[in-house]
Design a protein around this ligand. Structure first.
Ligand code: SAM
Ligand code: DTB
Ligand code: SF4
Length: 326
């Protein structure tokens, strides 16, 4: 698209972020309408296929082994359980099924082979398959692609400057490298971050610059509000205000005009009206289902009621390597 810019400066984005809120929402809405159907929202469903016991030290994460959280740890789920969950998600109206694992990185072992089988089977249900399994080599990315993964989620999480305050067991460069490996395949890139981790507005903008300078830009950008978890170093962070979430979504929409902007974690802390303002500001994707990976999410029926109240339609899946069911 001719009007995608890859050379945004910090000051330009800062000026956008700090516009009077109603002006910002309006401008983001205009960009949104130019590039997307404003009444269509993509619905993803999440399943944690391997929970807890992770060796990394991500300060926000309930699944890091070193923090004492009350997350229910389990090994890789059996295939049948995953397929059952995917079928239920599809029945509920989700077009994308996202499988998450509390791994630092994918290892070439039997668990990875099992995940590849899960991908093939979920794909055969005519759903877009998404995975978020940690760092990947080029070879592993290729295997996931061949099994039929539509999108791989790997968040940059925050700005490069703030990264070391949040995670020390890997670098920003490691993250970018995995994203490069995803790009070498047909998989689409899903990458965003979290607000409410004690970062400055400049850090939020820095994160958006990282994403906006990627060529091509990520197809999907999740914006998470921190869900503070007892036992993690970020447990006492104050809840992100809805206004900040709306500002962040609107700014993301303007600098990443083609991406699906996903209103991700933290939606449960927002009113229906605030969520509606996020949709007006360019959010066009949500996680639905009563659970994210380990924390609660709005009830599915509640979301469908909200869609009805706002006149929103759930987007149909884009088929990949799939024979559409009769
Ligand atoms: N282990 C893999 C990784 O780190 O890439 C995949 C799973 S990890 C849980 C996926 C993303 O969930 C993280 O990058 C982070 O952005 C988000 N996340 C985790 N805990 C969160 C929390 N408490 N609040 C908001 N977002 C969170
Ligand atoms: C993303 O950016 N948000 C989702 C998904 N990618 C995998 C995860 C949110 C997790 C919130 C905390 C939890 O439920 O454990
Ligand atoms: Fe592990 Fe991912 Fe949680 Fe970090 S975010 S501790 S890598 S599961």
């Amino acid at each position: 698209m001719a009007d995608i810019r890859y050379n945004w400066t910090k000051q330009e984005i800062l000026d956008i972020y700090n516009l009077p809120l109603l002006e910002l929402v309006h401008r983001a809405g205009l960009v949104h309408r130019e590039h997307h159907d404003p009444l269509e929202v993509q619905v993803s469903s999440l399943l944690s296929i391997k929970t807890g016991g992770c060796v990394e030290d991500c300060a926000y994460c309930p699944q890091a082994a070193r923090y004492h959280t009350d997350v229910e740890v389990h090994k890789l789920l059996p295939l049948t359980e995953v397929i059952e969950a995917a079928k239920n998600a599809k029945k509920g109206g989700a077009s994308r099924f996202c499988m998450g694992a509390a791994w630092r990185e994918v290892r070439d072992n039997s668990d990875f082979d099992k995940v590849l089988e899960m991908v093939r089977e979920v794909n055969a249900l005519n759903m877009e398959v998404c995975c978020t399994l940690g760092m990947l080599t080029e070879e592993q990315a290729r295997k996931l692609d061949e099994a039929g993964v539509y999108a791989y989620n790997h968040n940059v999480d925050t700005s490069e400057e703030h990264y070391n305050d949040i995670i020390t067991t890997r670098t920003y460069g490691d993250r970018l490298n995995t994203i490069k490996n995803i790009r070498k395949t047909r998989m689409t890139v899903c990458s965003g971050g979290i607000i409410g981790m004690g970062e400055s507005v400049e850090d939020r903008i820095g994160m958006l610059i990282t994403l906006a300078r990627m060529k091509p830009q990520p197809e999907s950008v999740p914006i998470n509000a921190l869900v503070p978890i007892e036992g993690t170093p970020l447990a006492d962070q104050p809840t992100v205000s809805s206004w900040e979430m709306i500002r962040m979504v609107a700014t993301t929409r303007i600098v990443l005009p083609e991406a699906a902007v996903r209103l991700s974690a933290g939606r449960g802390q927002m009113s229906k009206e605030a969520q509606a303002m996020c949709f007006m500001s360019g959010a066009n994707s949500i996680f639905a289902g009563d659970k994210l990976l380990t924390t609660p999410n709005p009830e599915f029926n509640e979301d469908m009621q909200l869609f009805q109240d706002l006149g929103i339609r759930a987007k149909q899946p884009v088929a990949r390597n799939v024979a559409v069911e009769a």
